[in-house]
Design a protein around this ligand. Structure first.
Ligand code: NDP
Ligand code: OXD
Length: 309
């Protein structure tokens, strides 16, 4: 039984160590792999080169290092009959919830304004708005969106969410489908995007959508860069329709040096770190799933590639 690891940055070693510690029977190889492709049973990958995974004829499952699987779904040569498993594990969820709560509070407490005032050496109070007078709206009520909303309840915001299928979540006004979007947006003061990137969600955060939010709303995008029309965001920020944006994901990553976001005073941004998979924690989810399959049980968190998530 062998697993091939292809991750970004230098997490290869951390994954190898974690897998060896939790599952010594599983042989691990790190990419690039020049052994016999037929020996590889499993792949644990982040952004593998297109066409790479079709080289392994005996793959039994492909595990995404991240929750998003757009990096796999966009491979036209992805082996069609191999299940793709997204990352669902408590560490990744906790990291995202921390980031979302932090970002919502940043906008709620006018931190972009206070940062600007500080640069200008201005000492001035901005009248505070009560949390219960603001609605946080979550695009995407999946594993990550729901956990963030649950933790946000502690602050007394009005909470709303939008998903593809109908949902019922205590304390959250739920909307769904294209027909439910406008009403959801009309009441949302701080919009968080935690949607997967699919044909339906690409370019969703655009001029028309911003115009449907109350004037002065804030936008937090932690889904995928392909969901945001960047020039429309700049226009909405410059006109005052939006008061600020927190961005963690971009159409091009790393963000090009000459991109206007770098200098924009109403943009707070981070380099796609909202939640990072930590091998020592996430290894349990991968090992448990392989053990399930080896025991003849069904894999958990297999994505529907036709749906795109
Ligand atoms: P899930 O698959 O658990 O949830 C996805 C949610 O999006 C579901 O509620 C789904 O609706 C909804 N959705 C999908 N398509 C549509 C649509 N067309 N219209 C309305 N709602 C839709 O995903 P996760 O919560 O685990 O992750 C969400 C995304 O977060 C990932 O795909 C990834 O892109 C991003 N992410 C970003 C990270 C970062 O560091 N920036 C880290 C981790 C994830 P329904 O419930 O009806 O199916
Ligand atoms: C993910 C990510 O999808 O880090 O997990 O973007």
């Amino acid at each position: 039984m062998a697993l091939l690891i292809k991750t970004d940055i230098d997490r290869g070693n951390a994954w190898t160590e974690a897998l060896n510690a939790h599952y010594p029977e599983l042989k691990t190889y790190t990419w690039p792999y020049d052994g016999d492709p037929a020996k590889i049973d499993y792949a644990l990958v982040w952004q593998p080169p297109k066409g790479e995974l079709k080289r392994y004829p005996n793959l039994r499952a492909i595990f995404s290092v991240g929750a998003g699987i757009d990096h796999l779904a966009s491979d036209p040569e992805l082996p069609p009959n191999v299940p793709v498993v997204r990352m669902v594990e408590p560490g990744l969820t906790a990291g995202m919830t921390q980031y979302v709560v932090l970002s919502v509070l940043n906008h709620h407490r006018f931190m972009l304004d206070y940062a600007a005032q500080r640069r200008a050496k201005v000492w001035e109070e901005i009248p505070q708005i009560a949390a219960e007078a603001r609605q946080v709206g979550m695009l995407g009520l999946g594993v990550l969106g729901r956990d963030a909303l649950e933790k946000l309840r502690a602050f007394d915001f009005k909470l709303a969410g939008w998903s593809r299928s109908p949902k019922s979540i205590t304390g959250v006004t739920c909307f769904h489908g294209p027909a439910g979007l406008d009403e959801f947006l009309a009441g949302t003061d701080i919009l968080v995007c935690l949607l997967p990137l699919t044909a339906e969600t690409a370019d969703l955060l655009n001029r028309d959508l911003f115009a449907k939010l109350p004037a002065g709303a804030a936008v937090i995008n932690v889904g995928r860069g392909g969901q945001l029309v960047e020039e429309d965001l700049i226009e909405a920020l410059d006109s005052g329709q939006l008061s600020g944006a927190t961005l963690d994901v971009f159409r091009q990553e790393p963000l090009p040096e000459d991109h206007p976001f770098w200098e924009h005073p109403r943009v707070f941004m981070t380099p796609h770190i909202a939640s990072m998979t930590i091998p020592s924690s996430a290894v349990r989810a991968v090992v448990a799933n392989i053990q399930r399959l080896e025991a003849g049980e069904a894999l958990q968190h297999v994505v529907d590639l036709k749906r795109g998530y």
